[in-house]
Ligand binder design. Structure first.
Ligand SMILES: CCCCCCc1ccc(S(N)(=O)=O)cc1
Ligand SMILES: [Zn+2]
Length: 268
């Protein structure tokens, strides 16, 4: 199937209307946008890809914030206490936050797909290149500025590690609310096997959509219970002042053209 190259080549491409942000999105460049479908048969095994090395200090966990699009668990990234390196990465990246994307039903919700298969939700663990930049805000707009680990969620047994986070969500029901949240190790949300992943060069999936991200999608998913996911869906896009309350669901971006990029795998 030909990639709609028209969406890949023009300098400024106005991509599709975003279901939540409404206004048409003009994205810079537009030839390495995220998310994408991972066509497994077209991925290329790269034996040079090393295992990922996550070293997270749970004490760097600070708060949960409802930013009106997802809930963000934010970490203190003013020192090298929580760092990611290895895999496809040449530099060291500091953990700054993690968040999720999910659907209104279990039939969809993830941003990436695997052979067109969608998952009910997707976790993003966000890091920035501390060897090249001094702040996340700088790294966001730079090539090789960010490294995001993606993990697919399936509905099944209850995830014990997630429950502490789920219990805190009612406190950030409305857009703009923040609650203290400490001593949480995001490694508990990763699958046991973090050696098997796909990696490609892409972008942020929400504004500013900058093409700064090295993506690493875990091949293995984690399981959460239906009730845990229902609490995600009980959050609101809207602030307490707004008269019409809108459920925070379907906060994912539609898939973008691959534009000739190669997705590499760390496994055969
Ligand atoms: C200077 C402010 C920029 C904030 C950009 C925050 C952001 C982080 C990760 C992702 S995602 N979904 O690609 O992992 C999207 C947006
Ligand atoms: Zn995300």
């Amino acid at each position: 199937r030909r990639c709609n190259l028209s969406a890949c080549s023009s300098k400024f491409v106005v991509s599709q209307m975003h279901p939540i942000w409404q206004e048409p999105l003009a994205v810079p460049g537009g030839e390495r946008q995220s998310p994408i479908d991972i066509a497994v048969r077209r991925t290329q095994f790269d034996p040079r890809l090393r295992p990922l090395q996550m070293r997270y200090d749970p004490r760097t966990c600070q708060q949960i914030w409802n930013n009106g699009y997802s809930f963000i668990v934010e970490y203190d990234d003013t020192s090298d206490r929580s760092v990611l390196q290895g895999g496809p990465l040449e530099d060291r990246f500091r953990l700054c936050q993690f968040h999720f994307h999910w659907g209104e039903s279990n039939a969809w919700g993830s941003e990436h797909s695997v052979d067109r298969r969608l998952f009910p939700a997707e976790l993003h663990v966000v890091h920035w290149n501390r060897d090249k930049y001094n702040l996340f805000e700088e790294a966001v707009s730079e090539d090789n500025g960010l490294a995001v680990i993606g993990v697919f969620l399936k509905v099944g047994k209850r995830h014990e590690g997630l429950q502490k986070l789920v219990d805190a969500l009612p406190a950030v029901r409305h857009k703009g609310s923040v609650v203290e949240f400490t001593k949480f190790d995001p490694a508990c949300l990763l699958p046991e096997n973090t050696e098997e992943y796909w990696t490609y060069s892409g972008s942020l999936t929400t504004p500013p959509l900058t093409e700064a991200v090295t993506w690493m999608l875990m091949k293995h998913h984690i399981e959460v219970s239906h009730d845990q996911l229902a609490v995600f869906r009980s959050l609101l896009f809207t602030s307490a002042e707004e008269e019409v309350q809108k459920s925070m669901v379907n906060n994912f971006r539609v898939q973008q053209p691959l534009c000739g990029r190669t997705v590499r795998s760390s496994f055969n």
